[in-house]
Design a protein around this ligand. Structure first.
Ligand SMILES: [Cu+2]
Length: 381
């Protein structure tokens, strides 16, 4: 049905395609909820929020975090962020497989946002006139129908502002959810990211002891469903959205062509490997907006792991592999004790090795023979 409408390209069909409301179900629900939520949102006690200090957070491309305090300074703030939607070709692997990625700020995943519990997040979402499609954003960290999705539909050439109170401490996914089949289509074209809502007094262990980190990295795992032609080559398209009909078929197989970290195979290996030193504690936030995954640091552990992503719960300790449910983010800390190159993988090893879900940590420092040593080199038996 949708395919036919795209081919027709008349004004109405184009609009339906852009909004995703051509597909029945969640699409129409979203529209109804949008008007309902918009009404409710006008009742917000704007006066209280207006008295709060405002700070701008400069978002940066993953795997890096924006500058932030681990322990909040002062009371709640309004944290202003800006995301510009970018539809762009991204090369996914060494074989030049490519996709018209749908992105927040040009990266897959979108940028990490960091606030403290009780802060307000105020997002300006910009959809440039050059875009082909309508987009929006659903914050799993927020409270209110559709996570802001109903209040943020921006057509090409529009921008909007959404404010929500970060009432839940934890790490959470955000993603585009325009309606109907466009929801998985946009999410599996890269349109997702994560936000970290820290407790105001910082992260804590089982016994309330403070947990601090020296570095923080954001790993967004992404499944793509590229279509191939009759010669077994990935199909290339001239414009964003042109792959829609083919992609609907490949998505329905539930079999990704690629499962990668940070947008593409090799995005976090080689020159792009994550850096750390022996003795440093690294916070790793891992998100997967669509599909279950199971991070594992080969040669290390999860010292503290918030598997569900909720900082309200005490972290688990000493994990070998942890589970991140599709549609969620999780957090883990690890203090490196040995130098070397560590692979950080989705420990479905087929997905890591054959599909691409692997990163490297390059760790410098002194080797500790007590922890590990080669007692005898390989020699003939
Ligand atoms: Cu979108």
């Amino acid at each position: 049905m949708v395919t036919k409408e795209i081919e027709e390209q008349d004004g109405l069909s184009r609009r339906l395609f852009l909004t995703g409301t051509a597909a029945a179900g969640i699409g129409s629900l979203a529209v109804e909820m949008a008007s309902f939520s918009a009404e409710a949102s006008t009742q917000v006690a704007a006066a209280d929020v207006a008295s709060l200090p405002r700070v701008k957070q400069e978002l940066v491309a993953p795997p890096f975090f924006p500058e932030h305090d681990q322990v909040a300074k002062g009371g709640p703030k309004v944290v202003e962020i800006r995301m510009v939607i970018e539809e762009k070709i991204m090369v996914l692997d060494d074989d030049d497989a490519e996709i018209w990625a749908l992105t927040y700020n040009g990266s897959v995943p979108g940028p990490m946002v960091v606030v403290h519990e009780g802060d307000y997040v105020e997002l300006t979402l910009v959809n440039p006139a050059s875009s082909a499609m309508e987009h929006n954003i659903d914050f799993h960290a927020s409270t209110g129908a559709l996570g802001g999705g109903g209040l943020t539909h921006v057509s090409p050439g529009e921008e909007c502002v959404l404010r929500f109170k970060a009432t839940k401490a934890g790490v959470f996914v955000y993603h585009c959810a325009p309606g109907g089949a466009m929801i998985p289509y946009h999410v599996t074209h890269g349109m997702n990211g994560a936000i970290m809502v820290l407790p105001r007094d910082g992260l804590k262990g089982k016994n309330g002891e403070p947990i601090r980190y020296d570095r923080a990295y954001y790993i967004g795992e992404q499944d793509y469903y590229l279509a191939k032609d009759e010669d077994d080559e990935y199909i290339r398209y001239d414009t964003a959205g042109e792959d829609y009909a083919d992609y609907m078929e490949t998505m329905a197989t539930l079999t990704p062509s690629h499962i990668v970290f940070n947008g593409a195979v090799g995005a976090l290996t080689g020159d792009n490997a994550l850096k750390a030193s022996v003795g440093e504690t690294v916070l790793i936030v891992h998100s997967q907006a669509n599909r279950d995954t199971r991070p594992h640091l080969i040669g290390g552990h999860g010292d503290h792991v918030w598997e569900s992503g909720s900082f309200t719960d005490a972290p688990q300790t000493g994990l070998e592999t942890w589970f991140i449910a599709g549609g969620a983010a999780g957090a883990a800390t690890y203090t490196f004790r040995q130098p070397g190159i560590y692979a950080y993988v989705n420990h479905n090893l087929i997905e890591a090795v054959l599909k691409g879900a692997a990163a490297h940590f390059v760790v410098d420092g002194e080797w500790d023979d007590d922890l590990m040593m080669q007692v005898k080199k390989p020699t003939p038996i």
